[in-house]
Design a protein around this ligand. Structure first.
Ligand code: PLP
Length: 379
């Protein structure tokens, strides 16, 4: 039996052993509450502030603009809640291919707070139509939050933050980009008021799960989503996950130090896989943009009864890939992204996502197994 092959790194990544070492070292030695005024607490507080400064430096922003959260989903909820309740946002513009946390937040505020919800057009690869965004924004007097992800987590399709920022700020709209898939993989520079809000989740770049941060432009003041003890300068109550924060700091540092090397490596894997698939399985289609994120490749196989079970069959053969974003119920469901592209029931999507730990021979195994499991019967 072959070793299991993990090709689902957009869902989560294996923690880096150097991160584990830093975390277990701290966990076994210190336990103070960062809010305590004595030395045990102050030592932990210092560690939190060191990570905040490290992240802020890399992103070219102020430490005061970084707030720690339990991850991406909490940051997204906080940003939407704050935009609507503190910044008087009356309209949200997004796409139908955002992460479920964004879509659910946008829908929640449109139902509960009467916030107008509009969707900007995308093309066949999930690229945002900036002309349509301009049209939607021009002449609108409603205070608007534009929420567009930097890299789509299913397709890998990238958005130009510079271009979208220009459009939004020329029209006085606030801009939030879900940067979960690019933080730690892409040299994001948030200086010069590029964005109003951004975020990160450590488990996407070999850090621990359940920890992340959000960036809130220092010119904006939003209310907290979780209230209580006033931690994070009143922006996120609850005793800080210091071990997680320190682990994220190490993962972030490593991701930046090794970014170019990892990017080149993953680009090599991606083009190796595309070449091999084109040769060995020419009927496959490619769902993401051509110059998408180096860590994600989304392919489509013919939709039929047999291929509906392809992910399960791949799993039985020891290959972990996905059809879209990870679903908490573990159930197989149609991807809302593929549906929004108008490809549902035409193709079955398979997302292959790489990390620095992926090796070429695993891609060979993936293609071999896929060839055996696929059916090319068309419906
Ligand atoms: N946004 C995107 C694009 C994601 O890929 C994810 C994770 O799957 C999230 C948000 C949610 O992040 P978290 O798992 O930290 O809640």
């Amino acid at each position: 039996m072959q070793k299991p092959v993990y090709l689902d790194n957009a869902a989560t990544t294996q923690i880096d052993i150097r991160v584990v070492e830093v975390m277990s070292n701290l966990m076994s030695k210190e336990y103070g509450n960062p809010s305590s005024i004595h030395g045990f607490g102050r030592s932990m507080k210092v560690k939190i502030e060191e990570v905040r400064s490290l992240i802020a430096n890399r992103l070219n922003v102020q430490p005061a603009e970084i707030f720690f959260t339990s991850g991406g989903t909490e940051a997204i909820n906080t940003i939407f809640n704050g935009a609507v309740h503190s910044l008087n946002v009356k309209r949200i513009i997004t796409t139908k291919i955002e992460h479920p946390a964004v879509l659910a937040s946008a829908e929640y505020h449109s139902k509960t707070n009467d916030t107008q919800l509009d969707f900007v057009n995308i093309d066949d690869y999930g690229t945002v139509d900036l002309e349509h965004l301009k049209e939607l924004l021009t002449g609108s007097s409603l205070k608007t939050l534009v929420s567009l992800m930097h890299a789509n987590n299913e397709l890998g399709t990238l958005l130009s933050l510079e271009k979208v920022s220009e459009v939004c700020h020329a029209n006085n709209a606030l801009l939030f980009s879900d940067t979960v898939q690019t933080m730690g993989k892409y040299p994001n520079d948030l200086s010069n008021q590029l964005l109003d809000f951004a975020l990160s989740s450590a488990h996407k770049y070999h850090g621990p799960k359940g920890i992340g941060f959000m960036f809130v432009n220092g010119n904006l003041k939003i209310e907290p989503f979780i209230v209580g003890g006033g931690q994070e300068r009143n922006m996120r109550a609850g005793t800080e996950n210091v071990i997680g924060i320190v682990g994220m700091g190490k993962a972030f540092e490593l991701a930046y130090e090794e970014m170019e090397e990892n990017r080149t490596y993953m680009l090599g894997l991606k083009s190796y896989l595309v070449d091999k698939l084109k040769k060995e399985l020419p009927h496959i289609v490619y769902n993401g943009g051509h110059d998408g994120l180096h860590s994600i490749l989304n392919i489509g196989v013919p939709y039929n009864k047999h291929n509906e079970m392809i992910l399960m069959n791949m799993d039985i053969a020891g290959i972990a890939v996905s059809g879209g974003s990870a679903c908490s119920s573990g159930a197989l469901h149609l991807s809302h992204v593929i549906e929004a592209l108008g490809k549902a029931k035409k193709i079955s999507p398979i997302r292959v996502s790489f990390s620095k730990y992926t090796i070429q021979s695993e891609l060979d195994i993936f293609v071999e197994v896929l060839k055996k499991k696929l059916s090319f019967v068309l419906v």
